[in-house]
Ligand binder design. Structure first.
Ligand code: NDP
Length: 453
């Protein structure tokens, strides 16, 4: 056990100290989760559903408290943080319908029939990153619990506060001990232990592609189920027939939301060459209008970066000779601030164009025609998200089918809706979260033959 001091990213000052678990505590938590899982999966479906609804109600009653924790410990703007806490409630409510719908099949076969059952996988290890501590926690936790699994969750070391509080709310709502445990700690210690522990039967990991690769290799040693949500370098593709005013007005929010610390950030804007100048004229005031400042103040749209180390990393993509077209503003003084930054023109070999910056930096690149736009959009090892702006329905569908990415939006920058599947193509991940089929990923299908002759 050791202590970790959570810093307020907006001030750099300590918020509180959290005791971190070590490998032994992780082993003890897994043992508790194994013991609790038998009872949890035996809770009658309607009762498990009711407990999840009570859990959702407890979250709903603490939205203000959870949001304040996220403002202080992660630097999220208060409006966004309130939405995120409400999203945890909504995801719990959505999956509270699962226990009563884990319905199998009956299959007529020679000499009898087969029936299928959806059995929980057992203990699920949930490894959560620092960028969206509440939503990403909920996406794994809610369907896993609903399907009769128990969960040991490891929040990111930098942002443990809301997950710890949500774990307490689960107990207050009546979830039995050991069903949902939150273990703050280091990824290399607690996270690694969850990956290596033979009694953890599935890992849900969100984070960098590099660590995701290690997690996948670790899971392979046990043939452990794994879902990976990794990085992105998504394109915002603007065609000449688009509503340019809307495309330009929303483009800052497609990349600077959460200070760009978003795997779905549309960090490459691709604009058809014939409308590039007009788009840039409209885009500049939109970028300058983004309200960057104290995340505790209502109306703030963008807060600080998560840490001093991360700010240095983001800044390395904008050296003194970088082709900065224009920038928004950011506060001076303490805290880990970085202004919205637009780079143009940027060559295809520039690191800000090829690598995931995970900060408020966007590149603008012209393209000539539809085929060229699609080719540029796909010229990345990632494939998580993206937007297509056009008034031609046929083109919207053609381009959406051609872009190698898991989550696309047309004339919108929305990425995640809990009722639809979410996940990446290529090196952006493996498997899908959310949507009506998510509980299937937390169950094994069993078939039983019943002889009738
Ligand atoms: P990491 O991949 O390092 O961390 C994600 C989670 O994995 C954290 O909880 C971390 O713990 C944990 N972890 C770290 N090492 C291990 C390990 N060996 N075994 C098991 N778990 C481990 O991402 P970062 O937070 O460092 O962010 C770096 C980059 O990752 C970003 O710049 C971005 O490119 C990408 N990223 C993508 C996200 C997405 O939503 N797709 C989210 C966050 C990051 P701990 O934090 O305690 O070390």
């Amino acid at each position: 056990m050791s202590d970790f001091t959570v810093l307020n990213p907006a001030t750099g000052r300590p918020v509180t100290t959290v005791t971190e678990a070590g490998a032994e505590a992780a082993d003890a938590a897994v043992a508790r989760a194994v013991a609790a899982q038998r009872g949890w999966s035996a809770v009658a479906p309607a009762d498990r559903a009711a407990l999840l609804r009570r859990f959702a109600a407890a979250v709903d009653a603490h939205i203000g408290e959870l949001a304040d924790l996220e403002v202080a410990g992660a630097g999220h703007p208060i409006g966004q943080a309130r939405w995120e806490a409400g999203h945890v409630r909504d995801v719990l409510l959505y999956y509270s319908a699962t226990p009563e719908r884990l319905i199998g099949k009956q299959i007529p076969v020679s000499g009898g029939l087969n029936v299928t059952f959806h059995e929980p996988v057992g203990v699920v290890g949930l490894i959560v990153p620092w960028n969206f501590p509440m939503p990403i926690f909920a996406w794994g936790m809610a369907p896993a619990l609903a399907s009769g699994n128990t969960v040991v969750a490891k929040p990111a070391e930098l942002t443990p506060l809301t997950a710890v509080r949500i774990g307490e709310l689960a107990l207050e709502a009546g979830l039995p001990d050991g069903v949902l445990q939150v273990l703050p700690g280091k990824g290399s210690v607690v996270g690694q232990r969850l990956v290596d522990h033979p009694d953890v039967r599935k890992i849900v990991f969100t984070g960098s592609t590099e660590v995701g690769r290690q997690v996948m290799a670790g899971c392979a040693r046990h043939i452990k189920r794994v879902t990976l949500e990794l990085g992105g370098k998504s394109a915002n593709i603007v065609f000449e027939d688009a509503d340019l005013e809307r495309a330009a007005a929303t483009a800052p929010y497609a990349v600077f939301d959460n200070a760009g610390q978003d795997c779905c950030a549309r960090s490459r804007i691709l604009v058809q060459r014939s409308v590039l100048d007009r788009f840039m004229e409209l885009f500049e005031p939109a970028v300058k209008k983004v309200v960057v400042g104290d995340p505790a103040v209502p109306g703030t749209e963008m807060g600080p970066l998560i840490s001093a180390a991360h700010r240095s990393r983001v800044a390395s993509y904008v050296p003194d000779d970088a082709p900065v077209a224009f920038r928004g503003s950011a506060p001076d003084g303490p805290g880990f601030w970085f202004p919205p930054t637009v780079l143009a023109p940027v060559g295809a070999s520039h690191p800000a164009y090829t690598e995931e910056v995970f900060g408020p930096v966007v590149t603008v690149t012209p393209f000539d025609d539809e085929a060229d736009g699609v080719a540029i959009a796909n010229d990345t090892p990632y494939g998580l998200s993206g937007s297509i702006w056009t008034s031609d329905v046929g083109r919207a569908v053609r381009v959406a089918r051609a872009v190698q990415s898991g989550n696309l939006s047309v004339n919108s920058h929305s990425s995640v809706r809990y009722a639809a599947p979410f996940g990446g193509f290529k090196q952006s991940g493996l498997g899908r979260e959310l949507g009506p089929d998510a509980p299937d990923a937390f169950t094994e299908t069993k078939n039983v033959f019943i002889a009738t002759e």
